[in-house]
Design a protein around this ligand. Structure first.
Ligand SMILES: [Mg+2]
Length: 120
């Protein structure tokens, strides 16, 4: 089964993403509220794909992305951005993120993007 890990400081956002992904047939193997938690979780979980929020406390998505790609350059990551974060999104794509989802989003857009990167 295609596995996904969700990283976002908003519990509501994590729930929404997890709900949409599970409904579509993905297995959500972990969720984390910031980059530091995500890196810790990656010691025991190996998701096919990570959705990574950019703005988070403790360790933001940009720093987390760098560390994730250092650990495993082949790790698939999609960034979750807010309006006005175009520069960060471009930076993230340069570091190795494969795509991005811009908030606010609907389930259809999320699933289209996830499915393009990680087909079921
Ligand atoms: Mg956030």
């Amino acid at each position: 089964m295609a596995t996904v890990m969700i990283v976002d400081d908003s519990r509501t956002m994590r729930k929404m993403l997890a709900g949409a992904l599970k409904q579509a047939g993905y297995e959500v193997v972990g969720d984390a509220g910031n980059g530091e938690e995500a890196l810790k979780l990656l010691e025991s979980v190996k998701p096919d794909l990570i959705t990574l929020d950019i703005t988070m406390p403790v360790m933001d998505g940009m720093t987390a992305l760098e560390k994730i790609k250092e650990r495993d350059p082949s790790q698939k990551v999609i960034m979750v951005s807010a309006a006005g974060q175009k520069d960060k999104v471009i930076g993230a794509l340069k570091i190795g993120a494969l795509d991005f989802i811009q908030k606010p989003f609907d389930e259809k857009t999320v699933l289209e993007t996830v499915n393009r990167i990680l087909p079921l």
